[in-house]
Design a protein. Structure first.
Lengths: 216, 342
């Protein structure tokens, strides 16, 4: 089994899983199952990228989407009470719209790749391999030198998005009660408890009188 | 053909078994050690009946768990209920692939080793969430929610701590990270010194990620019985147990590798025999960190849920972000020596 054959088998296996999982995302009845199928889609897509030596992208996809975004997604779906019948009502009505969008995307992709590109090398040679470094190192160098400005702009836009999301959803209820951790830490014991020093006292010597037994 | 098959399939499988089988035995002994240590801290004896000094207690427990029945709760989601323990265990074992035990002993010397570790540890949370949801129990669901929120919050702080290490080491490869900590001063060349706050944050986040005391609200037995695995019994429960302890050992090893010089010796390399590195040093360091997990459990009371969130988001993440900047400056102005050179 030579490495290329092994890679080919891996490619078809991962590709099959990706397509099957993506199909089950939209066909499964249980929404939690659908979300898990989406997780599997991401994971096998990451494996496909790994086969292309795009290790950074593949692992970032798993860390960001599988590890964080989909967990929150799953969280929300579990909490929702979804009526399956209602969700499926509009299927026929929205089918034409969906088909148009799908056709448009297909045309766009073909326009990008080219119709006859099936058997030719579309992208240029791997620049990381040409530079003799790993994909991650090459990507980092490119991002922080050649594409520094777009990178910073993207970071700024994301930050603005986060601040906007917080600003839109943050509201203070008048009757809510909060604890301030810094105030709790700063509390001085003397403000709360007063220790009183007292001189030791001898108890007054009073021998308890034994109760008189009633004679009967 | 047969030759290649052996080279490409048989040897990797043997290597994988060489890591996972000792790991599972280590988990069993770690459970025994935990009960023993906490026993001593409580002025008790701990397990002492089965085998010499109670050493076989863990194996007796394993056998007991394996021969018990796995009960499926009514209206539980059967497929996910059985899948959840495996989803917890697989990432916990898979993460060990990139852990270097010494300069040559590593299963996969991947370039993006740290990223791979982050990816694997972030996937472990699925087992917990699905276990909570599939068991059709309120307690389990509450535990799963708590756990998911906690793991995601502390993963951020942990990731930022890793960024500091990466900035100093200049590599995502774990072997390179350890080699970057080599030097003539032994102990004082490791990353714990320039990254001291981050090192503390990393280990505390590791404790929180593995849902251990004092961050064990996910299973807080006084509030929600046992959290996400309350409905699990027998071997399914044993797998959750195994995953949790394997993760604890992994965090201990990673703390040793990333901040405490991995297999490097704490003594200067001019000291001859004890100045040389070797996997024994890594195991000693990891054992000390693993011991701290148990020490914490016997010492600290459980955090309240909102305190956990505050600690993660408002204390750890800001400190870690600032220290990324500090680490960058240290690297830029050459305040930290990387590797044996210079």
């Amino acid at each position: 089994m030579n490495p290329q054959l092994f890679q080919l088998i891996c490619f078809y296996a991962f590709g099959f899983v990706t397509v099957a999982a993506a199909l089950s995302v939209i066909t499964l009845k249980n929404t939690v199952h659908a979300v898990l199928a989406l997780v599997l889609t991401f994971f096998s897509a990451a494996c496909l990228w790994m086969l292309l030596d795009a290790e950074f992208l593949a692992l970032a996809l798993i860390v960001v989407y599988v590890g964080a975004v989909m967990v929150l997604f799953l969280f929300v779906v579990m909490m929702l009470d979804i009526d399956q019948e209602k969700m499926r009502e509009g299927f026929v009505k929205f089918l034409p719209v969906g088909l148009i969008v799908a056709a448009a995307m297909l045309v766009e992709m073909l326009g990008l790749i080219g119709v006859r590109a099936m058997h030719t090398q579309v992208m240029g040679a791997d620049p990381a391999a040409a530079a003799g470094t790993s994909n991650t190192a090459w990507l980092g160098r490119a991002l922080y030198t050649q594409y520094l400005l777009p990178f910073e702009v993207a970071a700024l836009i994301l930050t603005v998005g986060v601040v906007a999301a917080v600003a839109l959803t943050l509201r203070k209820r008048a009757d809510a009660r909060y604890e301030s951790a810094s105030q709790q830490v700063k509390v001085n014991p003397r403000d709360r408890v007063r220790l009183v020093k007292m001189a030791a006292e001898r108890p007054v010597d009073e021998t308890p009188v034994p109760p008189q037994e009633s004679k009967s | 053909m047969a030759d290649q098959l052996i080279n490409q399939l048989l040897w990797p499988i043997i290597y994988i078994l060489c890591i996972t089988v000792p790991l599972i035995i280590a988990v069993a002994m770690f459970v025994y050690w935990e009960r023993k240590v906490i026993g001593w801290m409580h002025v008790r004896l701990g397990p002492n009946k089965i085998g010499p000094f109670g050493l076989l207690q863990a194996f007796a427990d394993v056998v007991k768990l394996l021969i018990k029945e796995v009960i499926l709760p009514t209206k539980a989601n059967r497929a996910l209920y059985y899948l959840a323990p495996l989803l917890a265990l697989i990432p916990a074992l898979a993460a060990w692939a990139v852990v270097p035990f010494s300069s040559k002993m590593v299963l996969s010397n991947a370039n993006a080793g740290v990223l791979y570790l982050l990816a694997m540890t972030s996937m472990g949370v699925y087992g917990i969430i699905l276990a909570g949801w599939a068991s059709n129990s309120r307690y389990a669901l509450l535990g799963a929610m708590r756990s998911a929120a906690q793991v995601i919050s502390y993963e951020l702080a942990m990731g930022l701590c890793l960024v500091c290490v990466l900035v100093l080491a200049g590599s995502l490869n774990l072997t390179d990270i350890v080699n970057a900590q080599a030097g003539h001063k032994g102990l004082f060349d490791w990353f714990w010194l320039p990254l001291l706050p981050v090192f503390v944050i990393y280990f505390i986040s590791g404790v929180a990620e593995t849902n251990r005391a004092p961050f064990d609200v996910a299973e807080g037995e006084s509030e929600i019985v046992a959290g996400f695995h309350v409905e699990y019994s027998g071997s399914a429960f044993a797998i959750f147990f195994l995953a949790e302890y394997a993760n604890m050992i992994l965090v201990s090893f990673l703390a040793a590798i990333l901040f405490m010089g991995g297999w490097l010796s704490p003594f200067p390399d001019t000291w001859g025999f004890i100045g040389q590195g070797g996997f024994i040093w890594l195991f000693i360091k990891a054992f000390l960190f693993a011991f701290m997990f148990l020490w914490f459990r016997a010492t600290f009371p459980r955090y309240r849920y909102d305190q956990i969130m505050r600690l993660g988001w408002k204390v750890f993440i800001p400190i870690a972000i600032v220290w990324v900047l500090v680490a960058g400056c240290m690297k830029y102005y050459g305040l930290v020596t990387i590797g044996t050179g210079v």
